[in-house]
Every structure is written in C-alpha cells, then in structure tokens.
Design a protein around this ligand. Structure first.
Ligand code: TXA
Ligand code: MG
Length: 334
C-alpha cells in the first residue's frame, strides 16, 4: 500500500462518504470498538480491509447498516428469535448471523452461507450509514491479532500509513466488541461473548447455548490467541499469588477494583473502583494498550466475577494471555 498516505482524523461525514463511495477504507467509530470500513458490496474495497489489517481471508467480516428494512435486502430470511433480539437491542452491540443473499460478496463471509450483520449505536456512524446506499464491512480497526481500538488515536497508531481518514466519534462507550449470535433450527448459539450479556439475551428468548471455541477453528475471533498485547499477559485468579511468583520482574497489574502493593509494580490499573462491570469493560482495552507501551516484563490481569459483562471481559483476557498450561494458569483455573 502507498506509504505516503496522510491520515486525517475528523468529524466530516461527507468526506467519509466521498472516500467510501470511491472504494476507499476508513476508520469509523461504533459504541463497541472502532471499525475499519469499506463498501461491503464492492469486492475490491473489501479486499483492501483484509490487506490493511493483515487479516487472513478465512476470517469473515461483519457488515453494518442502519435499518432492519435495509437488512432484508441482504439476507434470505430472519428467524423469529432474531427479530425479537433485533427489535430489543438494535441499534446496539448485537451481531446476528443470517443466511445471505447473493448480493453480499463471498469475500465478506469467507465463502460461508451466513453473513454477520449489525446496526451500531453511534450517532456519527448511524448518520453516515443512512446516507449510503450500501452496507459497510467493518472488522475492528487493529492489525490482526492485536487489541481492538477504542478511540481514534488507537486506530491512527496502527493504520495511519494505510488509511486516509478516521471519523472521530470519541471514546467508544462500551469498549468491548459486539455479541455474535447464530441460529440453528430453534437453537440460539452465542458465537462470541460481547457487549450484550447472556442474561439480557435469555430474558427475551429463553435459554441459549455458548459455542465451544474449538468447534469453529476457522474463526480467529474465537481462536485462543487473539486480542493480545505484545507483552506477556498472565490471567490469574489471585494477583497476590502471582506477585509472589514474579518477584524479580517489572510488572503492570490490571485488577478489577483493588490496589496492590509491591516494589516491582510499575503501574496498577484499576478497571472500576466501584466494581462496575460496565466501567471495567470500557477501560479494559485502553489499559491493555497502555500497559503494552511501558517498559515492563509482564502484565498480570485479574479474573473478574464470571457474570454479566464479566464473562466477556474474562473471555478477552483469557485469549490475550500466554502460558495457559503453566503453573500460574493452573492457579487461574481453580
Ligand atoms: O463490535 C464489533 O463487532 C466490531 C465493530 C467494529 O462492529 N467488529 C468486530 O469485528 O469485532 P471483527 O472482525 O474484529 O470480529 C468479527 C468476528 C470475527 O471473529 C469473525 O470470525 C466473526 O465475527 N464472523 C464474521 N462473519 C462471520 C460469519 N459469516 N460466520 C461466522 N463468524 C463470523
Ligand atoms: Mg477484531
């Protein structure tokens, strides 16, 4: 890609539209994380996304649009439970897997028969989507495998040489990716935990299943090593036990609500002093990125309560962690 590209950050929806109409890729804000977007109906434009992210072509993209009416042009049918969830949670952090019509190019779905769709809840991006006569394909705007971006600066840091524009929608309110849901017959399956909790979903459609990681090996969002910082991150039950283990290392701690004391702690990030899981989700990726920039040996991240958004946060920390079979990992599993 052209290394002379100059990336601008701004709030100009018309400029964003102009670039997208030309088949360019741009950064867009959503309530979950920033996306790297292009015209989902233009194969060449979609290819640019895979290239800029270094993303393997077997990892399909989510498409974004602004109304259920538009979605009917892109999918064969919408199961009843999907309609209930759509009406309840859209616009919002919910992605539905629905059987695609031919108008959606195979490159978007990596050849799979279903397309992932959502209506994001961000005023700038919603008004952009309303002006477009095509949906936007948009994975998270990070280099493949790294932590998702939750502000325009995060996008700029990784993609400034590859994209011309980032639509500035400030900090992402939720800070965790969308919950991805699949439908098989009468069953509802959660493919990826995210911004909407299992508890919220079950309130409206009854019991759901959670897809086991291993059962979709070709879906890297579900692979073990993902959302990962470059520094070694250990995901642990008890920070104090882990501190004992790493007495001679320079450490950053990411914990739920408690401060920790040790001479070798370089920084102690608290996700939410009030034990608020929403606030914790909002801060998680930002702190992981900050930790990754410091001169340290490793990151210790504490397991959160396994309920509500805590489940999705623990899922991301587990995927970001290393040495899952080490002694510390065994401590975590207990
Ligand atoms: O919140 C979000 O979902 C953000 C914002 C930008 O919308 N997007 C996002 O996209 O997280 P991405 O590409 O980073 O993660 C999407 C996940 C991937 O793990 C991909 O494998 C899965 O969704 N996915 C996409 N299309 C799929 C399909 N047709 N079948 C199964 N999985 C699919
Ligand atoms: Mg991603």
């Amino acid at each position: 890609m052209n290394s002379k590209i100059k990336c601008k950050i701004g709030k100009d929806i018309l400029k964003a539209k102009e670039l997208l109409d030309k088949g360019d890729i741009i950064g867009i804000p959503t309530e979950t994380v920033y996306g790297l977007a292009s015209n989902a109906l233009n194969e060449q434009a979609v290819l640019k996304i895979y290239k800029a992210k270094n993303r393997p072509k077997f990892d399909p993209l989510i498409i974004h649009t602004s109304s259920l009416k538009k979605i009917k042009n892109f999918v064969e049918y919408i199961p009843e439970k999907a309609i209930v969830l759509a009406q309840k949670f859209w616009p919002g952090p919910l992605t539905l897997l629905l059987k695609k019509k031919n108008i959606i190019p195979d490159i978007v779905t990596s050849g799979l028969p279903k397309v992932a769709i959502r209506i994001p809840n961000h005023p700038l991006t919603l008004s952009l989507l309303e002006k477009l006569d095509y949906p936007l394909a948009a994975p998270s705007a990070n280099i493949f495998g790294y932590i998702s971006p939750t502000n325009p600066k995060h996008v700029y840091d990784q993609l400034k040489e590859k994209i011309k524009y980032i639509l500035d929608g400030g900090e992402c309110k939720i800070g965790l990716e969308s919950t991805i849901i699949d439908f098989e017959g009468d069953e509802v399956i959660i493919n990826r935990l995210g911004g909407i909790t299992i508890e919220e979903i079950e309130k409206f459609i009854g019991k759901v299943k959670i897809k086991k990681k291993d059962s979709i090996p070709n879906s890297p969002g579900m692979l073990d090593s993902h959302y990962a910082p470059k520094k070694n991150l250990y995901f642990v039950n008890d920070i104090n036990d882990a501190l004992e283990e790493f007495k001679n290392k320079k450490i950053i701690v990411i914990s739920f609500y408690k401060k920790h004391k040790a001479d070798n702690i370089i920084e102690d990030y608290i996700l939410s002093l009030n034990k608020d899981l929403k606030e914790a989700a909002h801060n998680l990726f930002k702190y992981m990125r900050e930790a990754d920039r410091k001169d340290i040996d490793l990151i210790l991240a504490e397991k959160l309560p396994d309920e509500g958004l805590g489940k999705a946060i623990n899922d991301r920390l587990l995927r970001a962690s290393i040495n899952k079979d080490s002694k510390l990992w065994k401590i975590t599993k207990n």
